[in-house]
Ligand binder design. Sequence first.
Ligand SMILES: Nc1nc2c(c(=O)[nH]1)N[C@H]1C(S)=C(S)[C@@H](COP(=O)(O)O)O[C@H]1N2
Ligand SMILES: [Mo]
Length: 205
Amino acid sequence: MPLWRPGLARRRERSTDRLPPGQRRVTGWPVLHEGRVPTFDPQTWRLRVWGACEQPLELTWDELMALPRHETVQDFHCVTTWSRFDNHWAGVAVVELLRRARPTAACTHALVHSYDAVGYTTNMALDDLARPDNLVATHHDGQPLAPAHGGPVRLVVHHLYAWKSCKWLGGIELLTENRRGYWEQRGYHDHADPWLEERYAYQEE
Ligand SMILES: Nc1nc2c(c(=O)[nH]1)N[C@H]1C(S)=C(S)[C@@H](COP(=O)(O)O)O[C@H]1N2
Ligand SMILES: [Mo]
């Protein structure tokens, strides 16, 4: 994450460029996270969905792997200004989980939790989480997702800055009001649309 960099206004119009404003394309894949890469134990690992839903989920690794698979090819935009084009992601569509958990009518937001020791979280509106292409990703460019990139499972929310794509996904907490996550509490934008260049909290209305 960059140091505080004041001076960005709120953009009124979304850019239609493939490369969002203020971004540059990289060909490698940077590794960026807080804390250390957690270890994965397939015996004890669980993916939980809880909170404002009719049917809370607690999936084992095998149960997650048994769900229908989904694949996407998406660009990935980090707020520190690098973008990586054409990532081939594979995993389980987030909507598969939401369909089973059945968010209540009062559910408006989600707080996504990581399995790490930092307690990394990130928040988004239910509508942003429930995009059909969003993934609980287990593979990237044909390979099992490397631990450094969030393996065994990370969230991928391609239409928002990459900090919303929580690595080492452990849970999705469904909420009836917004609750800011790790970076959102530390000066970063609540929504984080790269084409509106929503980088910092001071740009919020
Ligand atoms: N659990 C967790 N997820 C995280 C982060 C983190 O610190 N912890 N960093 C975010 C940020 S800022 C970015 S840019 C992407 C980076 O993903 P990558 O390391 O696979 O490129 O992960 C996001 N997901
Ligand atoms: Mo980032």
